[in-house]
Ligand binder design. Sequence first.
Ligand SMILES: C[S@@+](CC[C@H](N)C(=O)[O-])C[C@H]1O[C@@H](n2cnc3c(N)ncnc32)[C@H](O)[C@@H]1O
Length: 212
Amino acid sequence: MTIKTNTNSIDIYKKYYVERDYEQIDLFQLLKDKFEIESVLYPGSYVHISPAFIFPHVVFIDSDKQANKFFKDYKYISYIIDRKVYSADPDVTFYAQDYTIPIPKLENQFDLLVSQYAGFISDTCKNYLKVNGYLLVNNSHGDAGLAAIDKDYKLVAAIKKSYNKYRLSISDLDAYFLPKKDVSINKESLHEARKGVDYKKTAPLYLFQRIS
Ligand SMILES: C[S@@+](CC[C@H](N)C(=O)[O-])C[C@H]1O[C@@H](n2cnc3c(N)ncnc32)[C@H](O)[C@@H]1O
């Protein structure tokens, strides 16, 4: 006798984000409370759908096959409806593609661009962010360091985590992104290193504003 296992596509979200305590819902709520953010672009999202629990309009982009399968099965919409904190219907779109391939209709559409563990999004996807919009970025692939040397961005907060809670810090921002070693940092060297350089003072995440 064969036993059919009824796998639910949402299980993959639970496995990677709920069980690992990496939903970041409090982070997205914090950003919503402090800044005027309605629309979010998340390139290299995999199945990290939690921004859509907090923000009504979210576009996800990922070239991964499993992510494509997840978004093709519309169970994720019911899951977002169950967990959303806003009254509107969720407006969620997924692009199953490489985020370096241009999507002209998304230009200047977003209040927040998210870049976590997925390459140089600050640069490649900058034109999708409105001027005055925000970039939430970590430095795992060097993307925060790239934003720090980009004249179109200004660092507005370091995002720290203590007692399992995120908080914004706006003190001593000039102390971030100073390299430990005397190395010259430019776009080419960061792209080559692909994991960033060591800085004297760091935070788990950073918030930049697009200023031009
Ligand atoms: C390590 S996962 C991170 C997922 C999510 N950002 C998170 O923090 O959990 C990296 C994801 O970025 C996607 N990715 C990397 N480069 C990409 C590209 N050029 N275009 C589309 N997706 C990309 C991968 O397919 C993968 O799903």
